[in-house]
Design a protein. Structure first.
Length: 131
């Protein structure tokens, strides 16, 4: 058995091989739903990659409102901030996020934390409040 770093692969291709491909060419390795979305909106994805690479060159954060964009191999390694309706949520794109949408990494609803019941909220506390 060979010791060393585990090679990350996506559907039989290494990440480096996928990054060398064009957006439409790498789409055939995605699931059918993601593939259809990429092929339909490949121009929008390529425009995002061009804008993102310009910002990376200037060391500016990549902020976006595009929650429906599919993660493609050209985005691996990028640190982006996705708008969730209130704030920009930071996310780093890794190889295991390929084929997912940006919106999956920036939840729009916060988890609700319920406190204990206040005075008057239950039948037992109403009697205590009168005394």
């Amino acid at each position: 058995m060979i010791e060393g770093k585990k090679q990350n692969t996506f559907r039989g291709k290494t990440v480096e091989e996928l990054q060398k491909m064009e957006v439409r060419e790498s789409a055939k390795y995605l699931s059918s739903r993601s593939r259809k979305a990429v092929l339909r909106h490949f121009q929008e994805i390529e425009d995002f990659l061009v804008r993102a690479n310009k910002k990376v060159a200037r060391n500016k954060p990549i902020r976006t409102h595009l929650r429906d964009l599919i993660v493609v191999p050209g985005m691996i390694g990028m640190k982006i901030q996705i708008y969730n309706g209130r704030v920009f949520v930071p996310a780093e794109i890794t190889w295991d996020k390929l084929g997912h949408r940006f919106g999956e990494f920036a939840p729009t609803r916060a988890k609700i934390k319920h406190g204990k019941a206040g005075v008057g909220s239950t039948k037992g506390t109403k009697n205590k409040a009168k005394k």
